[in-house]
Design a protein around this ligand. Sequence first.
Ligand SMILES: [Zn+2]
Length: 274
Amino acid sequence: MIKESIKHYDKSEIEPQTRGRGKEILINVGGANPESLDGKHQKCIFSDCPGDGGKDRFRAIDPDNGILYCNQCFYEKNGDIFAAVQRLQNCSFSEAVNKIGEYLNVSHSHPIERQPAKKRAATPFADQIRFLEPDQNKFDSWAAHKLPASAKAAKEAGARLGIWPKKAPQQHQFECVAFPAYRDTDEPTGWILYRVDGEKFPAVPNGPGERKTHLLRGSVDGWVFLGGRSAIEAAHTIIKAEGIPDALSIYPYLPNGYVVITNVCGAKGAAKCL
Ligand SMILES: [Zn+2]
C-alpha cells in the first residue's frame, strides 16, 4: 500500500470551515463525549484536571465554534477549536490543525464537493482501529452475548480484537471484535465491529445513530468467509446468512460440502457483492 504523505494545513484556511461545526469536530476529531458539549457547567472532561475534575468547573462556552473552558485547567489559550482539540488529543497545536484539516477535507457534506469513492477512503482501516493480540477471554466474553455463536467460529471467520476509535481518548474507546469482509482480493475491503461487552455503539451527532455494529469508514461491502476462502471454493453449497451472529451460529453444524457466508452492509447490499 502506498503511504500517503502527511498533509500540512494552514490554520487560517481551515478556521472558516470550522465555524458552526464545533460540536461535530470536537466529537469526531477530539473524541469528546457529546454530553460534555451541552454548554452546561459540569465536571471537567480533561483527565488531568486537578482534583478529579471537580463538579461544575467545565463548560463548552461556544459549542458551535468548539470553544471549551475549565476554570482550573483550561482558562488560558483556550479561545479556539484548535486549542480545544490540542487539549483533548494531547497533541501539539500544529497536529491539532492537521487533524481538523484532514477531517474537514474528507467529510464534505455538500454533494457538489463530494469526492469520488476511491478518494473518500482516505483514512486507511489501520488508522481507525488498533488491533490487539488474540485473547481467548475476550472472544469468549463477546460470544457469550451472541449465543449460540462461539469464539471458535468467530476466529474461523477471521475475527480480530481491536480498540476503536484508535485516535480517541481512552475513555471514549471500545474494545471490539472486528470481522473482515472480502471481495476478490486478499486484502479486506471492509471491517465490521461489535463491542466485546455486547453493548451498542453510542450515537454520534451528525453521524450514525446508536447501533449494534460499526463499519469502519471506507468499508466496501464484501463477504465474511467462515472457514476461510478456500473452504468456500471447495464447497458445493453456499448458505448466505443474514448477519454475522446467524452465520456463526449455524457454522458448527454444517455438513460436509456446505459453507456459510454473510455480507457486512446489510441484506440489501448483498446483491452488489459478487
Ligand atoms: Zn479542568
